[in-house]
Design a protein around this ligand. Structure first.
Ligand code: SF4
Length: 310
């Protein structure tokens, strides 16, 4: 049975998620329900359910939002079309898009203006990719795998590459290599963010020393799903769970060292019962494995309705 627990550091909340959660938290504190949020504020079931209980209503279409209502845009960002529609409906917007996602939007918009064809490396249908694609839909092609680069019809214009922020470092390197091989002159921006990078490095480090890795995070959280894949790529069995209720105790059979981490949208308190349970099962050594110190903090966004910070 387990005797040692390796805790990946960093793990859990990143600066963009903290900012988005703080925004919705503050709005719910000071304004009457319902407060609308476009898409899940962050991709974590516990966080979203907690806000829902306080009167937040998460929508996937602005048609569901009465004119003049308060709305918060999620950390994943929205397309310019959604921004325009929000203005048409006189919604009072606070945009909690992570500044690192906004940076990708700006790169995409500028590249289109400068005459490039854009290859957006990312997962089709993910909220962030949908938003970025909306900056220049007629010029942008989503690329998910190296094979899609091979199948791509020859681009007429010079090529500019941007990426989703929460991709696998290794898979993205392969896609970018494939693009570079077909388009040696391509301008390439690898936009995988610091939080994704650090969490993947940390989970790889603990996975190499563990018999089992647990990743806490929701199934729609891209960075959490990637963390499990990175851990499993070392050959160590790895499971993603939303919380302790999804852990099958038989996973611990024959396991001495357990590695534990959490995606960027996961509150650390979800790990506490797992750690306590492991102690009860015989873990006597809990070792933080630190691969990076994070000091990133983002300023709160402007409230469009008031022209002031939220
Ligand atoms: S994972 Fe990265 S891009 Fe996404 S919210 Fe966090 S810091 Fe921003």
């Amino acid at each position: 049975m387990p005797h040692t627990l390796l805790l990946a550091e960093p793990r859990g909340f990143c600066a963009g998620v903290v900012r988005a959660i703080d925004v919705l938290d503050a709005v719910l504190d000071r304004e009457p329900a319902p407060v609308y949020a476009f898409h899940e504020i962050v991709h974590n079931r516990h966080v979203v359910d907690g806000f829902r209980a306080r009167g937040a209503v998460f929508v996937d279409s602005l048609d569901e939002v009465p004119e003049g209502s308060r709305i918060v845009f999620s950390a994943h960002g929205v397309s310019p079309e959604v921004v325009a529609e929000a203005h048409r409906r006189r919604l009072r917007v606070i945009d909690a898009t992570c500044p690192l996602v906004t940076k990708v939007h700006l790169e995409t918009r500028k590249a289109a203006k400068d005459g490039y064809d854009i290859l957006l490396v990312g997962h089709r249908g993910h909220d962030e990719v949908v938003g970025t694609l909306g900056e220049a839909p007629e010029r942008t092609t989503i690329i998910d795998t190296p094979g899609e680069v091979v199948e791509l019809a020859r681009r007429e214009r010079p090529v500019f590459v941007v990426t989703q922020t929460t991709l696998s470092l290794e898979d993205t390197a392969q896609v970018i290599d494939a693009i570079r091989s077909d388009y040696p002159e391509a301008q390439i921006r690898n936009d995988i963010c610091y939080a994704t990078t650090n969490r993947q490095l940390a989970v790889r480090t603990i996975a190499e020393r563990s018999d089992l890795v647990l990743v806490v995070g929701s199934s729609n959280s891209s960075n959490s799903v990637r963390l499990r894949e990175v851990a499993a790529s070392t050959g160590t069995p790895a499971y993603r769970v939303d919380g302790i209720e999804e852990i099958d105790p038989t996973w611990y059979e024959g396991v001495g060292v357990v590695g534990l981490t959490a995606g960027a949208s996961v509150p650390d308190e979800l790990l506490d019962p797992i750690i306590e349970d492991l102690r009860a099962r015989g873990v006597t050594r809990v070792e933080p494995v630190v691969v990076a110190e994070e000091t990133v903090v983002f300023q709160p966004p402007v409230d469009d309705a008031q022209g002031s910070s939220s």
